[in-house]
Design a protein around this ligand. Sequence first.
Ligand code: PEP
Ligand code: MN
Length: 335
Amino acid sequence: MIIILRPTAEEWQVASLREDLSGRGLVIQEIVGESTIMLGLAGDTSMLSEDSLMRHEFVERILKVSEPYKLAGRRFHPQDSALEIAGRTVGGGGFTVMAGPCSVESEEQILSIARDVKESGADFLRGGAFKPRSSPYSFQGLGLGGLELLKIAKEKTGLPIVTEIMSLDYVDAFERDVDIIQIGARNMQNFPLLREVGKTNKPVLLKRGLSSTIDEMLQAADYVLTAGKSPLMLCERGIRTFETATRNTLDLSAVPVLKKKSHLPVIVDPSHGTGYWDLVYPMALAAAAAGADGLMIEVHNQPAKALCDGQQSITPFLFERLMRKVEKVRAAAMD
Ligand code: PEP
Ligand code: MN
């Protein structure tokens, strides 16, 4: 951290600030310019409140040098994280595909889709049991019944499951039954939920909030990682912008940015990222080319009849084509 003082700062004011800071164990390097004094601080500045420093009228500005997140960042963890989940590796140079319907609707539906996506090479079955719908009048998911159906699909196909948790009430059930616990965009900053889910041993997939910056996402990641238990992956799923041609703006530049700032695997969800089934295929390929560690794709056997997000769901047929193409794109991008 660097504290820039106003030219009017008096000697006694600077001395008293220095005394306060060194009393907190910080090492201070003073840089004296023609009209400005700067105090460079080395040491753990996390306990310093920017607000209270700015209360001194002789402090002009504060520059933060280190990131506001630690556990998700590369500074203390330079090598990429690879997560071992149900016999699969997420990150570490591989490519992981999670596919399935937006929501679990019936045993027949989830089984049919699970079989199809497995056949095409998906690594995980996705499917919402608890759905965060904008309208309270829309289908809200089958709840615990949906979780039971996912378990049946897992048993019959061998595909591990990823599904979204919305409430602290179900942390135990998810820890017991689910392979990856998804935190949805709307809960990215539900801090109590992040902390509790982080205390399970279960891998977590954290989606980017609807209007969240990358730094906010990485701070949310630190909440999950605080307990030091749950392995974590991040998911770019589009953000709100002024653009209305798509449901969200899929921020693919977030992939290399996240890779630069963080050691965590990055998954891209082009289904929620675009909102239209015909945009999923090209953006999935673009995500692979951009260096994503995997994809989360909504697949439905009858998109027109889907109870949720049918307009952005691709058919098993198109999913199969995508799976074949994505490997080629990855190979070309890594060439
Ligand atoms: C989902 O994956 O079903 C979902 C609701 O996604 P998001 O939280 O990204 O909107
Ligand atoms: Mn959906």
